[in-house]
Design a protein around this ligand. Structure first.
Ligand code: MF3
Ligand code: CO
Ligand code: CO
Length: 258
């Protein structure tokens, strides 16, 4: 069952979403080679608490840290720890906050220092794919239109769409219905309507789409060891089109409305 949100609830989610974005910006300005992912976690954790919010991943289904940090061939759910970020790495930082009971979920992949052109191309394509998915999320369109837009674009470039993880409804819960696949067929799936709130968070691989989960039960890596990237926004479907809730700049947040 999809939980539709009122305008008032969407306003609460805007506040949560903007805090997730502020946390991203705060962390982004402090990332540097030699820093451990544990230090990235601490920066985000403390920032979120200072803003009277809670980091949603901490203790979620036993996840031990406050954010996910996914370096190079790690696709998602990397656990912060003693690993150091190195020059040339790409690192996905996924931040989810709970502010006054509402969730905001946002991921970016950052370039550390001199990143090879091929890796930069993957990261740029992944961000573009996310925005193509958001643009397709118009009221009256269907869930499959989102996945189709993403898949068509990235496969044309020779990259692949991860199948094992999906975007998700979000609100007073971390993960709600519907599931939002980042691949699919035009005109298929649930019809999008005003009041739906969900994430679009494509994970795009340089090589094959298959992934494998490490012994820790969380860290998902590419099956072929090649690079992966991810971007994520939380959006709301309005009568005019999708609004990006994890974006404080109104002209950017509303740029896919008709
Ligand atoms: N933020 C992730 C998402 O986009 C979920 C992380 S769950 C965790 O859905 F437990 F790994 F933190
Ligand atoms: Co998410
Ligand atoms: Co996330």
């Amino acid at each position: 069952m999809v939980i539709l949100k009122s305008d008032k609830e969407i306003e609460m989610m805007r506040l949560a979403g903007r805090l997730a974005e502020k946390t991203q910006d705060y962390v982004a300005g402090r990332l540097h080679p030699g820093m451990t992912t544990e230090e990235v976690n601490t920066l985000a954790h403390d920032f979120i608490l200072r803003h009277n919010a809670v980091p949603a991943p901490l203790n979620y289904k036993g996840f031990p840290k406050s954010i996910c940090t996914s370096i190079n061939h790690v696709v998602v759910h990397g656990i912060p720890g003693p690993q150091k970020i190195e020059d040339g790495d790409i690192i996905g930082v996924d931040v989810t906050v709970i502010l006054d009971g509402y969730y905001g979920d946002m991921c970016r992949t950052y370039l550390i220092g001199a990143v090879p052109a091929e890796a930069r191309r993957l990261v740029e394509a992944t961000e573009r794919a996310m925005y193509l998915g958001i643009e397709a999320a118009q009221p009256g369109a269907r869930l499959g239109d989102i996945g189709f837009a993403i898949q068509r674009y990235v496969e044309e470039l020779g990259f692949s769409v991860v199948r094992d993880f999906v975007g998700h409804g979000i609100g007073r819960n971390f993960h709600e219905e519907p599931q939002v696949k980042h691949y699919g067929q035009q005109g298929r799936g649930m019809r999008l309507r005003r009041g739906m709130t969900f994430t679009i968070e494509p994970m795009i691989n340089q090589g094959v789409w298959q992934v494998r989960v490490l012994e820790d039960g969380w860290t998902a890596v590419t099956a072929d060891g090649k690079l992966a990237a991810q971007f994520e926004h939380t959006i709301a479907i309005t009568d005019d089109g999708p609004e990006i809730l994890t974006c404080a700049d109104a002209s950017l947040a509303n740029r896919f409305k008709r």
